[in-house]
Each structure stands twice: as structure tokens, then as C-alpha cells.
Design a binder for this molecule. Structure first.
Ligand code: F6R
Length: 240
């Protein structure tokens, strides 16, 4: 595992954006696995800036997002599709039909998860997966206890994750279920870039990257992947 230590959130974002941009420049037809949440917003902003300067071209890139809330339509401002359009896809020259996410409106979980997993396989697999790390160690929506061998599946969100996500719901109730790539799906990505920022992530970063590999800390499975880059700011990397 490679670790890049950044000064702060914006330095972390630039460093991680550099890695994603290198991937796109080296393989303009690559498949990027993407995440939502607070952590990647600065990465997306930086990539948009480089796109606007003409340094990076997304016209042949395909993206596959990690997860989506079950029951939310793409137009719902709390859906991850909406988030991605707003923070990234709407600002770059990616073709909307090349941006894939689980379909939150398909209520048949088994059918939707099989469709998404098959799609990842048919497209040739994810070249580089961007990941955030939840305070309880989750990656995607794989909560503590999730089986390492699971691929894309439906999940009930833990109280702590729903609590953490409340900030995005303006007082409304956050959804209780989601579709997520499984740990096995994530581990099949050829390269993984994890971004972490802030003091509140320090303990879980230490557990995930230096602690025992256990389903109780889903992110700890990344210790078994052969191409992981951790990019964090000083506060988040304080204990490692
Ligand atoms: C987002 C996702 C989540 C987040 C994690 C960290 O698509 O799958 O696992 O990466 O909850 O969230 P932030 O970045 O908001 O701390």
C-alpha cells in the first residue's frame, strides 16, 4: 500500500485527483469507480478545473458508482445520481450514458444487483476505484459484519450510517436501504484509491489499515488488495 500524506482537505483532493487524472490520461477509455459523500467533492472540483483548462478529457471514460439509495429517483436531490450530476458529471464532457449507477427505483433488489454486477463484468471491470471510508469502517454501503465474499447487493443501513448521512437530508428522514457494490466487487477493481480527511477519521483509518483484517471493519479488507493508495490529510493520518 502506498500512502500519500496531504496537508489538508484541498491538498488531499489535489493529490487524489492527480492519480485519477493520470489514470484517464494513460487510458482515456478507462472505467472509473466513483463514490459520493463529503470526501470526494474536492477531487471532483479539481478534476473539473483541469478539464476546463483542457488538461483532461472524459469523452471516452465510463464510470460506475459504488452505491445508490433504494427508492430514490435520479431526480431526487438526495439520490446519489443527483449528487454525481451536480458535483461532477454535469461539469465535464462525459457522456451521460457512460455513467452507471445502481437504479434506486428498481425495487427488485436481486434483479437490480445482478444487472449491475453483470454490467461491471461486461464492461471489463473497474480500472480505478475511488473510495471514502465511513466512521464505522464501511466502504460503499458495506457495513460492519458484511461478508467479504458479497458482490452487489441490497443493504439495510446501520443507525450510525443513517445518522452520519442525516446532514445531507435537511432534517428529512434518510432512506433505510441502499444498493451497493459488495466487498468482492470492490476488491476486483485493478487499482483502489482511498481518500480520508479530518480528525474524526483518524481512529478508523488506524483500525482499517493497521488493525486486524475483519468484517467488523469492512475497510480492513483493503489490506489484502495489491494496489491500494491511501491519500489522507494530516488529521486523518495522525495515528498511522
Ligand atoms: C459513498 C460511499 C460511502 C462514503 C463513506 C464516507 O458513495 O459509498 O462509503 O464513502 O460514507 O463518507 P464521507 O466521505 O462523507 O465521510
Amino acid at each position: 500500500m502506498r500512502i500519500y500524506r496531504a496537508k489538508d482537505f484541498s491538498d488531499m483532493s489535489r493529490k487524489a485527483a492527480n492519480i485519477l487524472s493520470a489514470q484517464v490520461i494513460l487510458n482515456p477509455q478507462c472505467i472509473l469507480g466513483l463514490a459520493t459523500g463529503a470526501s470526494p467533492i474536492g477531487v471532483y472540483q479539481q478534476l473539473i478545473e483541469w478539464y476546463q483548462k483542457g488538461d483532461i478529457d472524459f469523452s471516452e471514460v465510463k464510470t460506475m458508482n459504488l452505491d445508490e439509495y433504494r427508492g430514490l429517483a435520479a431526480g431526487n436531490k438526495h439520490s446519489y445520481r443527483y449528487f454525481m450530476n451536480q458535483y461532477f458529471f454535469g461539469e465535464i464532457n462525459i457522456h451521460p450514458e457512460n455513467t452507471y449507477m445502481p437504479n434506486g427505483l428498481e425495487m427488485d433488489a436481486e434483479k437490480e444487483c445482478r444487472r449491475y454486477e453483470d454490467l461491471i463484468y461486461r464492461l471489463g471491470g473497474i480500472d480505478m476505484q475511488l473510495l471514502g471510508l465511513g466512521h464505522n469502517g464501511h466502504i460503499g454501503f458495506n457495513e460492519p459484519g458484511a461478508a467479504f465474499e458479497a458482490d452487489t447487493h441490497g443493504v439495510a443501513l446501520s443507525p450510525s450510517t443513517r445518522e452520519a448521512n442525516r446532514r445531507f437530508f435537511d432534517g428529512e428522514e434518510a432512506p433505510r436501504e441502499a444498493y451497493t457494490m459488495g466487498i468482492k466487487t470492490i476488491m476486483r477493481a485493478r487499482r483502489i484509491v482511498v481518500i480520508v480527511s479530518g480528525e474524526s477519521k483518524a481512529e478508523i483509518v488506524q483500525k482499517a489499515f493497521l488493525g486486524p483484517i475483519t468484517p467488523e471493519v469492512p475497510g480492513s479488507v483493503l489490506q489484502l488488495h495489491n494496489n491500494v493508495t491511501l491519500v489522507g490529510d494530516e488529521a486523518a493520518l495522525r495515528l498511522i
